[in-house]
Ligand binder design. Structure first.
Ligand code: FES
Length: 811
């Protein structure tokens, strides 16, 4: 025996004569506890992904400060330091665990050779507690217990809230989700652990002799004792589950994975048509949309869809439609797309009819067609003035498009979704964009109040005799009539008025010149300081009271929706006072460069159609060509995407990239409401584009815009938003900024490079068309360093047959 002692001393501290694997439980405990500690610290410093809808991670409960509905304080009061809310509370459960008496069997032995004894006074009277740090913490275990009991109540409330779901309308309803069960089990296990605490047992059962006449207290003591017997198991189970609960909230916050063969981005006309086509042969198709299904911007299209059905005028053929489209686009169009569009639009319209679209009818029951600018014959199949709505309804009932970029400008008729997502996503994925400088502006949109800025004011107001006046009340449109229109334009107000009243001998008033010219004239007035108070000019129809005795009644009858629009949205009676209007961004002809037949972009497997794709419209779009564009190329994109999916195996997705994107998307929440908000940056971006790369462009202003866009990019990277992910428009705007900046830069760079005026692009420093610029398209791509690069791509020669059509139609 004595010999053993000598050997032990010689071998040093901690040596033992035991030869079995006595250290295994300690090593196990050490590894598990250290991992837990490392994970908890990491999760606390992350300060992200700790809540998903109504579920809150226990590491962050109570959530003392934050922007979420779970938080106690939105702004940290002076006594709460500005650190991760998890770090504020983690010391309490950590302290409780570290001082737990019953962890000693494994837990303390894992760290110290000689674990401490029981720290509580009852019933032993001689134990004075530990004296050396950190074992001295054992004495405070009881105080940590009080906090632990408080936390149990809070976690219980969190679990209860986990059963209340919020529906789309904001109403709460009771339900059971996996998250609710995970939170509940967490509370059960923590209760088992906490209520079996050795200290609690002493508190409840101290001076047990006196319990004989106290059945409630005795029962409580027996319950605590019962739990106490399994304390070790509760301790480990609750430790594991608390980490699992935190991870669950994180995973739910992260993303769900859903497999599709074809994913359609956007549920406008083109997206839905593509989805129907792609799903025909059993391909698994998913549709992602930014707005509510059925509310896509396509519903705003009123005029109709252009197709050479020849129902009203039998001279119409695809060849005439092709030539009209090419002339409208000033021959920068992708001629193959213009050919396919003209040839296939009639079939797509009849197909829509067969699916149940209720078109207006001719007297003999065929689809009625109406006249529209730039179309030689009546060609627009329509449903009153709500053709787009009918189209979306039909497609939706029956069964990659992601709209325009109008929200890059302050004043736009585009709805809030139009932030260039399709173009920017494709660009960021490596696809080429083309002819982005061609943006179409409509001359008359509302500009005041700000909430209705950009809403279209129909051309019909000018058609009924409405005139444009500047801030000084002067009718400025007579001042600058282009030479090639001079012979067809009235040279005095009286003649203009007679034209609007149906006098066939009178010429049209200058207010009814082409949209691009009218828009430019308005901008010139504003830029030269003669605008209205809110940066537009006046459109006045009320003046006709000088001509007509019952003018107010006449206006209400002829322009009922305009009357209501201004009365309800701006509080203006258009029969008595002028409207304040300005040009509004309406459409972008440029977009993702695609193969004409298949609609595949320059990235294999990525297809684009609708407004986000480019080619069909060239430098300018004809009214009515966009709805038929959606149908023709939606069908083609869907068909070829499905064929591509069948012929190729699905690419693997790099989880690291997804994680990075997800982190970037959620970062605005981490910065919260203390950082600059996204709306300020969006507003600055829109003003930059509106003022410097708008309807009238000059080199110095475009260059200034590019410099400002660079600084806006830095601001956009730092924006913060309050709240959580559900129905949070501020967060959407923060995410949109990245896309808006991409399309804004693409528009600006292309506009700078096009040193001529053509179609939707007007350069004050190069006001004429330059034939050299009619031979190529601008192509924008992302360089290896991430910079935007612009090149020229020669337009391929048109086949003789198509060239002959154009020559024939010109004659
Ligand atoms: Fe383990 Fe109190 S002894 S929690």
């Amino acid at each position: 025996m004595a010999q053993d002692v000598v050997q032990l001393t010689r071998r040093g501290f901690g040596e033992t004569t035991r030869r079995d694997a006595w250290w295994m439980p300690q090593v196990g405990a050490f590894v598990v506890l250290s991992s837990f500690l490392a994970y908890a610290t990491w999760a606390a410093f992350q300060n992200a992904h700790y809540e998903y809808q109504q579920y809150l991670s226990p590491f962050y409960s109570p959530l003392l400060v934050g922007d979420s509905p779970h938080a106690w304080f939105r702004q940290a009061p002076w006594f709460i330091p500005a650190i991760s809310p998890a770090l504020l509370i983690l010391p309490f459960p950590a302290g409780f665990r570290f001082t737990c008496y019953y962890y000693r069997g494994t837990y303390y032995k894992a760290f110290w050779a000689d674990p401490p004894g029981c720290a509580v006074g009852e019933p032993r009277t001689t134990y004075l507690g530990e004296r050396w740090f950190p074992l001295v913490l054992q004495n405070v275990h009881r105080y940590f217990l009080y906090f632990a009991l408080l936390f149990l109540i809070i976690l219980g409330l969190d679990a209860y809230r986990g059963y209340w779901f919020t529906d789309a309308g904001g109403a709460k309803h009771f339900g059971v989700g996996i998250g609710s069960l995970v939170l509940t089990l967490n509370v059960v296990l923590l209760s088992g652990y906490t209520l079996g605490c050795h200290s609690l047992r002493h508190l409840v059962g101290g001076y047990l002799d006196r319990l004989s006449g106290r059945p409630v207290r005795r029962t409580a003591y027996e319950c605590v004792s019962c739990l106490n017997r399994g304390h070790m198991n509760w301790a480990w189970a609750s430790l594991f589950w608390v980490a699992f609960t935190d991870r669950s909230a994180g995973i739910m916050t992260e993303y769900q994975t859903i497999d599709h063969d074809v994913l359609v981005i956007g549920a406008g006309g083109a997206g839905l048509r593509a989805a129907i086509e792609a799903a025909r042969d059993g391909t698994r198709v998913g549709v992602v949309c930014k707005s509510l299904l059925g509310k896509a911007h396509t519903v705003m299209a009123e005029g109709g869809m252009a197709a050479a059905l020849a129902n009203v005028d039998d001279r119409d053929t695809w060849r005439v439609h092709f030539a009209d489209t090419m002339r409208g686009g000033q021959y920068l169009n992708n001629w193959r797309m213009a050919e396919l569009h003209a040839k296939e639009a009639p079939a797509r319209v009849r197909e829509l009819e067969a699916w149940g679209a209720l078109f207006d009818r001719t007297t003999d029951g065929r689809i009625l067609q109406r006249n529209f600018g730039g179309h030689r014959y009546p060609r627009l199949a329509h449903v009153g003035d709500r053709t787009g709505l009918e189209m979306i309804r039909t497609l939706q009932d029956h069964g990659i498009h992601q709209g325009g970029v109008g929200r890059a400008y302050s004043i736009t008729s585009n709805s809030w979704e139009y932030t260039g997502d399709g173009q920017a996503l494709a660009y960021l994925a490596g696809a080429a964009l083309t002819d982005m400088e061609f943006v179409q502006f409509h001359p008359t949109g509302m500009i005041w109040p700000p909430s209705v800025r950009g809403i279209l004011v129909t051309e019909g107001v000018r058609g009924e005799g409405g005139v444009l006046r500047n801030g000084a009340g002067k009718r400025f449109m007579f001042e600058n009539i282009p030479d090639n229109y001079r012979s067809q334009t009235a040279d005095n107000e009286e003649e203009g008025w007679r034209y609007t009243q149906g006098d066939k001998d009178a010429r049209r008033p200058p207010e009814l010149l082409t949209r691009d010219h009218v828009a430019r004239m308005i901008v010139r007035e504003v830029k030269e300081g003669r605008g209205s108070p809110h940066g537009g000019v006046y459109l006045d129809i009320s003046w006709i009271k000088e001509k007509l005795p019952d003018a107010a009644e006449h206006i209400r009858k002829k322009l009922p929706s305009m009357y209501h629009q201004f009365m309800q949205l701006a509080g203006i009676d258009i029969t008595k006072e002028p409207m304040e209007i300005g040009p509004t961004t309406h459409y972008i002809m440029g977009g993702i460069r695609v193969d004409a037949d298949s609609q595949m972009s320059t990235v294999p497997g990525l297809f684009a159609c609708g407004e986000c794709a480019a080619g069909l419209h060239g430098a300018n779009r004809l009214g009515g060509n966009s709805l038929s564009d959606l149908l023709v190329f939606g069908q083609r994109a869907g068909q070829y995407a499905a064929e591509f999916a069948r012929a190729n195996t699905a690419p693997s997705v790099d989880r690291g990239v997804i994680d990075q994107e997800m982190r970037m998307a959620l970062e605005p929440f981490e910065r919260g409401s203390t950082a600059e908000g996204p709306y300020q940056v969006q507003d600055a971006l829109q003003s930059t584009m509106q003022n410097l790369v708008g309807i009238v462009r000059v080199e110095s202003e475009i260059e200034r815009a590019l410099t400002e866009l660079e600084s806006l990019r830095k601001r956009a990277e730092r924006v913060g938003v309050p709240g959580n992910r559900e129905y949070n428009p501020g967060w959407h705007t923060a995410l949109d900024l990245r896309h808006l900046l991409v399309v804004a830069e693409a528009i600006a760079r292309s506009a700078l490079a096009r040193k001529e005026s053509r179609g939707g692009h007007f350069r004050d420093d190069y006001p004429d068309k330059d034939p050299a610029f009619g031979t190529f398209n601008h192509v924008v791509t992302r360089g290896h360093s991430g910079d935007m690069q612009l090149t020229r791509q020669q337009i391929p020669a048109m086949p003789g047959e198509l060239a002959a059509i154009i020559t024939e139609m010109q004659s």
